[in-house]
Design a protein around this ligand. Structure first.
Ligand code: UD1
Ligand code: M6R
Length: 370
């Protein structure tokens, strides 16, 4: 079942051009007269209600939470509806307020996560419209929500979620496009995103060619105790998700940090020994990331910079950083490209450190207990 691959995680990382194609199949429309749009069959009768809701709340755990976080900015931008984020267990612990005018969106690969399910029951009893985004047809979350979207990424076996993450982001971006469908002023922006969605599987194929480079980088990092990952804006989630992958499978301590918080504590950790990944691909916040890089360098940080192809010179003029250069796509799609080399890094780190890739110690694929 693993084909030419040694592990399911590796297979699932390399499958992403195909899983993304499946996720988008039949859902992107490139019609006559340049009219472009998306069709999410499971949501079409509910879009008006979602547009009119007072707030959209994304709820999930682990990687599914990170996927929603990655797509949050484009949902805010195209829908104009305030978007908040909840880790399912924390929402339950706080019994946070949820109202009839809210749309609660539950993101879960398995559709069976206990905390997410409990949050669903809670939101339903408070009268919110409950929407599911899941990979598993017939799962508890698919059955329990009022409507939703199947991500159609195909069965995911590795405990570390990889292809489900990129497909979840793609689905939430399509949801944002559907919600923004009634606005003329965003049409150009939406068209550009749809064009890049069509090309996304090819771009993912390109970025998978970094496999060898990531293996080399993993060999350099394999003895380390810790790895920091700085991101912001669209790629704050990329930093969190990279750190989650690294800690979960390679058993190395790793922390994803919002770069805007650097001076509020994390900077104290920086010295010439601790490796730091900075995600600085081109978008509205990349000049801020450029100055983060300069400040980390001033403290002799050991930097690994992820930047857009062609930006190496401007991001690291003195060439003291290790670089991961990736192709550029529309800003909201960039997290899908950027996570791929970092998934490969986590994979190779694990193999080199001699740990179980597909069944990390103490973890289960589906967390059905609280
Ligand atoms: C559906 C069919 C697909 C078919 C397509 C043709 C299924 C599972 N999908 O896909 O095989 O090719 O029509 O038009 O039969 N839902 C929830 N909660 C969730 C996820 C989904 O309530 O978490 C509901 C949706 O609201 C919808 C149904 O499940 O009513 C199917 O969702 P989805 O598979 O995403 O719909 P389509 O893409 O239209
Ligand atoms: O099935 P779900 O998406 O609800 O699972 C949520 C988390 O348990 C899951 O994403 C977990 O964090 C993964 N092991 C991460 O790779």
């Amino acid at each position: 079942k693993k084909g030419n691959f040694e592990h399911f995680m590796q297979k699932e990382i390399h499958e992403q051009p195909d899983s993304l194609t499946m996720t988008m199949r039949g859902r992107l429309i490139r019609g006559e007269q340049k009219i472009k749009g998306v069709l999410l069959g499971g949501l079409k009768d509910h879009l008006k209600t979602i547009r009119r809701s007072r707030r959209i709340i994304f709820i999930g755990c682990g990687t599914s939470y990170n996927a929603a976080l990655a797509a949050r900015p484009i949902v805010e931008e195209l829908s104009g509806v305030p978007v908040t984020m909840e880790i399912a267990s924390d929402l339950i612990d706080r019994q946070g307020p949820i109202y009839r005018e809210d749309t609660a969106i539950f993101v879960s690969q398995s559709g069976e996560t206990a905390d997410t399910l409990q949050a669903l029951e809670y939101a339903k009893s408070n009268g919110a419209l409950c929407v599911g985004i899941t990979n598993t047809v017939g799962s508890a979350i698919a059955r329990g929500t009022h409507c939703g979207v199947h991500i159609n990424a195909g069965c995911e076996i590795g405990v570390a979620s990889t292809k489900a993450y990129t497909s979840q982001i793609a689905v939430i971006i399509m949801l944002a496009l559907a919600l923004g469908d009634d606005s003329l002023s965003t049409q150009q922006r939406r068209n550009a995103i749809i064009d890049d969605l069509y090309n996304l599987p090819n771009k993912v194929r390109d970025v998978l060619k970094l496999d060898k480079d990531m293996k080399e980088l993993a060999a350099l990092l394999m003895e380390e105790q810790s790895l920091l990952v700085f991101g912001r804006g669209y790629n704050y989630a990329t930093a969190l998700e990279c750190a989650l992958k690294v800690k979960e499978v390679s058993l190395m301590h790793s922390e994803g940090i919002l770069a805007g918080e650097m001076k509020h504590g994390p900077l104290a950790l920086v010295d010439e020994t601790l490796p730091i990944i900075v995600i600085a691909t081109r978008d509205a916040s990349s000049s801020k990331q450029q100055s983060v890089i300069q400040q980390l360098k001033a403290r002799k940080g050991r930097l690994i910079v992820m930047c857009t192809e062609g930006d190496a010179e401007s991001m690291c003029p003195d060439r003291t950083c290790r670089l991961i250069e990736v192709p550029q796509v529309q800003d909201c799609l960039q997290p899908i490209i950027n996570i791929v080399p970092l998934q490969l890094l986590a994979y190779h780190l694990t193999v080199l450190r001699g740990f179980n890739v597909d069944q990390p110690r103490n973890l289960a694929k589906s967390v059905t207990t609280q």
